[in-house]
Design a protein around this ligand. Structure first.
Ligand SMILES: [Cu+2]
Length: 320
């Protein structure tokens, strides 16, 4: 089988050129809308985190169904209680499971999309692109395919998201990396500081030393951990800062963008290109021989090794 290598979204100038395929799409623009379909786009967002009917008798933002479209976000139908318990709200944050859990989430979504791409006549080697905001030139800005409201054929672009406000709250999406910051001199909105890849200089996954501040590159040892506490260095800066700068907040209401909240973030397609870059950074860190992943059974086998929640993902034709 040919290797499916993830490509930089900024090749071909960040347009649709690398993501379109010759076949006719089999489904509507917002394919897979059914919230209770484990293969749907929205289901994959619930796996990360969700606000489905959670805001009580007078719902509003950020309850799903009360978010500004596009995309239109469903609040129903809910899957069975057992499916909800098994899959929803699994994302691992402030944990040494942060990097591997998100890798599994990406692999599963990638497998579903690849199956659709192949069915539409595209290549079996299709893989998620990544957004490397540390790249040259203007790569710190979001690839163009995500900011156009319509596709070249005039139909709505499913990559375009209304609630994506950016560091300055004006819908212009860029990351204040060193280059992004230099491109916006004197901008008062970089309240979380400059986004760096200094975490790649760390030399231990869990713990600290002269090159690594606590709790380490990969995060603190936890059991199944949905969030709270200290982020690992890859998670805090780079990952967290990119989330809050992309999502930003709506001027006036102060409502955060989708990327600003883990229970909304998976609804924004850029989420997966951001995480593909975080995944790439983890692989880059591992490419230095001295940088070792944990060898503890509790990390290798996941929280299920101690009887806690098992990590599962829906895969095409089953689960893994
Ligand atoms: Cu994330």
């Amino acid at each position: 089988m040919a290797q499916d290598t993830r490509k930089n979204a900024w090749i071909n100038n960040g347009t649709f050129a690398i993501s379109t395929c010759s076949g006719t799409p089999r489904r509507s623009r917002y394919a897979g809308q059914a919230l209770d379909d484990t293969a749907s786009w929205y289901f994959f967002a619930t796996i990360h985190g969700q606000y489905v009917n959670q805001q009580g008798p007078t719902p509003g933002y950020p309850d799903w169904g009360y978010l500004p479209a596009p995309p239109p976000v469903p609040n129903s139908p809910k899957p069975s209680t057992s499916v909800v318990k098994q899959y929803w709200g699994q994302c691992q944050h402030q944990s040494w499971y942060f990097a591997p859990w998100h890798r599994g989430h990406l692999l599963a979504l990638e497998a579903h999309i690849r199956a659709e791409v192949v069915a539409a006549g595209g290549p079996a080697t299709w893989a998620l692109p990544y957004w490397n905001y540390f790249g040259p030139g203007n790569d710190y800005t979001i690839p163009l395919a995500f900011i156009q409201a319509t596709l070249p054929d005039g139909t709505p672009n499913a990559l375009f998201v209304e609630a994506r406000y950016g560091p300055d709250g004006d819908g212009k999406i860029y990351i204040p990396t060193a280059a992004g910051g230099a491109g916006h001199p004197g901008d008062p909105n970089f309240v979380y500081g400059i986004v760096t890849q200094d975490c790649l200089k760390n030399t231990i996954y869990n713990g600290s030393n002269a090159a690594t501040k606590a709790p380490g590159f990969g995060g603190p040892k936890t059991s199944f951990w949905h969030g709270g506490g200290n982020s690992g260095n890859l998670e805090s800066n780079t990952h967290n800062l990119v989330h809050v700068y992309v999502g930003g907040a709506q001027p006036g209401s102060g409502n955060g963008g989708l990327m600003s909240d883990p229970s909304l973030a998976g609804l924004d397609p850029i989420f997966y290109l951001h995480h593909a870059n975080i995944d790439r950074m983890w692989a880059e860190w591992n490419s230095a021989p001295a940088n070792k992943n944990p060898t503890d059974n509790a990390w290798l086998k996941g929280p299920a090794a101690s009887g806690a929640h098992e990590f599962v993902m829906p895969m095409p034709g089953g689960r893994a």
